[in-house]
Design a protein around this ligand. Sequence first.
Ligand code: GDP
Length: 197
Amino acid sequence: IKYDSAEFLTSAQKYSQCPSDTGAEVAFAGRSNAGKSSSMNTLTRNSKLARTSKTPGRTQLLNFFSLSGGDYRLVDLPGYGFAKVNRTMKEDWEENIGEYLAERVSLRGVVLVMDIRHPMTEFDQRMVEWAVQTEMPMRILLTKSDKLKKGPAKNTYLKINNELRSRAPWLSAQLYSSLKREGVNELSEWLNGQLTE
Ligand code: GDP
């Protein structure tokens, strides 16, 4: 699959607006500011694909991107956890994303993006727990790995990957850096596996 073929397909404000549930897709999730947009942009070699550093509190949307070579899609889920997000917006997020995650038949995997300096926040842990319960393949991207020295980055990866593997074999982690374009091929290979299996 050529990830640089990604093209914007449509946005959905609620579950009923999602494109038809055929083929296969992988969704990207993560705390706001974790580096999710940047990771999607480097993967697709399109600096404008997912908008980076979005305004807190703006309308939350699921964004769908189509890939060539088959009925494949990438999905950008709204970032989670801005301090400014009020309770109602938080509930909206949980309702819409919860429904998407629960109902979507074509969803074959989730990439959960974490800032390597702040991994496994409360929200992250809930997403991991959900993947364990639903047997959803999940790849944790420890991004901004360029912010740590090689040794500490490797240690964080080993610790988190071991924790995940002991929870369920369909969970795994990897290092990633959008700045240095590191981990892009490894991510592509994981995505290929989920989308085409
Ligand atoms: P999102 O809210 O999760 O989509 O996060 P963004 O992709 O907008 O990134 C948040 C901030 O982190 C931006 O200032 C990015 O430039 C920065 N950033 C993202 N990825 C990396 C990375 O791999 N390395 C470094 N050094 N900075 C990054």
